[in-house]
Write a protein that binds this ligand. Structure first.
Ligand code: EPZ
Length: 417
């Protein structure tokens, strides 16, 4: 297993290009299953999760060709309706194939994803919604066994604004008869990007980006050519890195409008944040001020930046309260941060972070994607040499992160394991 070694204390300065969004690319690439033809995706990030979804789509019968950051997917030969446990357990976003398989093949056998480090991650809302569209759902031997004669539009009320649940149902409803209305739908930019793609394919999706989305189904969709939107979580990670290291970083090819709450919070810590078209410049304060954060569905503070922001608060002047309302177990990184000298106490879904003057380097263990990013950030300011183990978590969602940090002046190297 690879490790990342970081010598902390260097302010990060310079320019970094933000890659395409993992959480936009995954549903967009899966949406190509809806089409008997070849769709083209550009600005696709080079990530383990992208390789995983390509393998799954290929196993289902799609033909895939990658050239640089362009991925061509031809789903005319879609013939296999099964997503096996071995793939789904490694990447729960595989559940996104459920909607398109049912829409195209009228059946699907997809492994239940199971939980992960940050929570149980059930898919009951996906399945309840599919049932409302007329799909017969059986759970047997750890699999979802789904079949339908005739997908029919319906009114669906999500108890929780589920991101991939909204995406799954939008894709199924695009080939259903009649109108489907999603209430309490997720509003994330990645949902909007998928809706825009479906409309380019010939579907009629209205209201994406609001809590109420209507999808008017059609009989056939056409191939599209789509550029993946910038990754707002990678953007936020580098913005926090600038504030954390007293640095001065200019992020290019990003989308400032996707990070309004993060920009606001960073400004309250005393960081200077300047915005231009597709560009954000962040310079860090000498000592950040403590700021409270509560994670919420978009447009609230993203849960995927909670761990990274906690590192900033761990060396801030004061006490900050960080509440995690989306996932039930997303403080796994806290114990590792405490080993580096952070002063954090947890009560339920709330962490109280008392700023300390410095973190001290230590060998630490990554447990999930965003927690591993948090540990790299902590290493950037930890006094001494930090060794981050199990960085395969990091490679799932960050493209060459150590190269990007090194180009900004960080003393960071990857040791091939
Ligand atoms: C998406 O996961 C993202 N993944 C996650 O990013 C992100 O953290 C999450 O949305 C929240 O923003 C992708 O887009 C591929 P949810 P998703 O369904 O869709 C509960 C990363 O690091 N729930 O919005 O799986 C669920 O347990 C990843 O890039 C149900 O109870 O999240 C959670 O508490 C991590 N039943 C809440 O809803 C369901 O059927 C929100 O989950 C579905 C969800």
């Amino acid at each position: 297993m690879d490790k990342i070694i970081i010598e902390g204390g260097k302010p990060l300065k310079g320019k970094v290009r933000i890659s395409g969004s993992k959480n936009a690319a995954l549903p967009l690439m899966v949406s190509s299953l809806l089409v008997d033809g070849e769709s083209v995706f550009s600005n696709v990030p080079k990530l383990h999760d992208i390789e995983s979804i390509k393998r799954l789509l290929s196993d289902l019968g799609a033909r895939i060709e990658t050239t640089g950051d362009h991925v061509r997917i031809h789903a005319g030969g879609l013939c296999n309706h099964e997503a096996p446990y071995d793939i789904v357990r490694k990447m729960r976003a595989s559940i996104l194939v459920l909607g398109p398989l049912i829409a195209r093949l009228k059946k699907a056998r997809v492994s239940l994803p199971g939980g992960c480090a940050i929570g149980a991650r059930p898919i009951n809302l996906h399945l309840d919604a599919l049932s409302r569209l007329g799909v017969d759902i059986k759970l047997e031997h750890g699999y979802v066994q789904a079949s339908v004669e005739h997908l029919k539009g319906s009114d669906i009320f999500f108890d929780i604004a589920t991101v991939t649940g909204t995406e799954n149902i939008m894709m199924a409803a695009a080939l259903a008869d009649g109108v489907t209305t999603l209430h309490n739908a997720a509003q994330e930019p990645e949902v909007v990007a998928l809706a825009e793609a479906l409309n380019m394919m010939g579907a009629k999706v209205q209201g994406a980006g609001t809590p109420t989305i209507t999808i008017t189904g059609t009989s056939e969709l056409r191939p599209v050519s789509i550029s993946i939107i910038p990754d707002r979580i990678e953007t936020g990670t580098f913005m926090i890195a600038a504030a954390l290291t007293r640095g001065d970083i200019t992020l290019v090819d990003c989308e400032p409008s996707h990070l309004e709450v993060v920009i606001d919070k960073l400004r309250h810590t005393g960081a200077r944040v300047e915005l231009e078209e597709k560009c954000i410049r962040v310079s860090g304060p000498n000592t950040p001020l403590s700021v409270d954060v509560k994670t919420l569905p978009y447009p609230g503070f993203p849960t995927d930046l909670q761990a990274q922001f906690m590192v900033l608060m761990s060396v801030a002047d004061g006490v900050s309260i960080i509440s995690e309302t989306i996932f039930e177990n997303r403080f796994i990184h806290v114990s590792e941060l405490k080993r580096m000298g952070a002063d954090i106490t947890i009560s339920g879904n709330t962490a109280t972070v008392r700023g300390v003057s410095k973190l001290s380097a230590a060998p630490v263990m990554a447990t999930d994607l965003r927690a591993s990013a948090c540990l790299v950030l902590a290493g950037l300011v930890g006094e001494g040499t930090t060794v981050v183990n199990r960085v395969y978590h990091l490679d799932r969602g960050y493209e060459s992160i150590e190269k990007k940090f090194s180009a900004l002046g960080a003393n960071i190297t990857r040791i091939k394991g």
